[in-house]
Design a protein around this ligand. Structure first.
Ligand SMILES: NC(=O)c1ccc[n+]([C@@H]2O[C@H](COP(=O)([O-])OP(=O)(O)OC[C@H]3O[C@@H](n4cnc5c(N)ncnc54)[C@H](O)[C@@H]3O)[C@@H](O)[C@H]2O)c1
Length: 345
């Protein structure tokens, strides 16, 4: 049970980033007190302004690299934490191929430091950001948590698989940590207030930010990579989840860990909608919902893209009492509202 009285303090590494900032909102709404650690390597201070505007109060944020042992120790010492959500990581797939050690060092060292500090300060509950990338192209769809992981296609993807293993092995060694690795499918959208959202640095690698930037005139044209896949319209299929649904899944995961009586545990849970949508469906829905015509062309397949992947979400519903509730149309409207706000600022 969540104790009454002082709100349980939750360390949110990468809390100024896309998914982290939305989760901070959901945490506060659910009665937790987020403590953000972010080095702003892929986010901006303006995310904190957005959070203050939504929450109508200040948020605690340490401008700290979560590989900095001394600074992190001080935070654990001071904050009397009750749990950790570990978002902080580098996530650019292409860059990870060029600079693998940068990715292994940041993504793995930060996790290992947390796994050392948590038991030292009696912090048991850990929610970890994993990814459906660990499944590669699964043979059967929808993909369940029992589906075997496939060798990663990139150093970034490999950091997620290795991180899962590091957590599992730590828990198996009876370190008193209860952990849930959430395997996210494709987070999209933004907070409906348009105060926070995704801030891709440079050319976006993901479809929806590319769509909104093209619609806003920042990019000239969108290329659809591949139209000859074995899907209803020939384009790739993904499971697009509204970032606020994803944020709420973290709260449910924390509550589940809080309620657990076992000392050490580890599990993985898919977080998606359970629906697969083609790229052309996303484009058409975006045009319908916003009234903006998109300039796009069909191009060749892109190396490394899987044809289709979408989640079986039975386990999330059973274990977390959570299902995604927002529609694709809502996600795309919210993504566009955010882009319009960015274009004005
Ligand atoms: N967005 C996606 O499509 C997606 C899909 C699956 C998994 N994930 C994972 O979810 C997590 C959050 O993703 P996001 O989309 O919000 O990314 P993001 O880049 O917007 O957020 C990550 C945040 O972590 C911070 N950060 C990175 N390294 C840090 C360090 N060493 N110390 C302190 N802060 C650091 C960045 O500044 C950024 O604010 C990541 O672990 C990512 O790999 C994301």
């Amino acid at each position: 049970m969540i104790p009454t009285g002082r709100a349980p303090r939750i360390l949110v590494t990468g809390g100024a980033g896309f998914i982290g900032s939305h989760t901070v909102v959901s945490l506060v709404e659910a009665g937790f007190e987020p403590v953000i650690v972010d080095n702003f390597s892929n986010s901006q201070q303006s995310a904190l302004d957005g959070l203050r505007a939504i929450l109508n109060r200040d948020v605690t944020c340490y401008s700290v690299d979560c590989n900095d042992r001394a600074a992190m120790t001080e935070i654990f010492e001071k904050e009397e934490l009750r749990g950790v959500i570990h978002f902080a990581a580098y996530k650019a797939v292409g860059e990870s191929v060029q600079q693998p050690l940068k990715y292994y060092r940041n993504n793995l060292d930060s996790l290992m430091l947390l796994l050392e500090l948590m038991p030292a300060y009696g912090v048991q509950n850990l929610v970890f950001s994993s990814s459906c990338t660990v499944y590669g192209q699964p043979e059967q769809l929808p993909v369940t948590e029992e589906t075997p992981r496939l060798p990663a296609q990139s150093p970034y993807g490999n950091t997620k698989a290795i991180s899962e293993d590091i957590i599992r092995d730590t828990v198996n060694a009876q370190v008193p940590i209860r952990a849930l690795a959430l395997r996210y499918f494709n987070p999209v959208g933004a907070h409906p207030s348009a105060q926070i959202g995704e801030l891709p640095l440079g050319v976006p690698a993901n479809l929806v930010p590319f769509i909104t930037q093209t619609a806003a005139g920042i990019r000239q044209s969108l290329t659809v990579y591949g139209s000859d896949y074995n899907t209803p319209d020939g384009t790739c299929i993904r499971d697009y989840i509204h970032v606020m649904d994803l944020a709420e899944a973290h709260v449910q995961a924390l509550k589940k860990l809080n309620d657990a009586e076992i000392e050490a545990s580890y599990d993985v849970i898919n977080i998606g909608t359970g629906r697969g949508e083609t790229v052309l469906t996303i484009i058409n829905t975006f045009e319908q919902e916003t009234g903006v015509k998109l300039n796009y062309t069909m191009g060749p397949r892109r190396a490394g893209d899987v044809e289709q992947v979408y989640a079986d979400v039975t386990k999330a519903s059973r274990e977390l009492g959570w299902t995604a509730s927002r529609t694709l149309a809502e996600s795309l409207r919210d993504a566009w509202r955010w882009q319009e706000k960015l274009s004005l600022s």
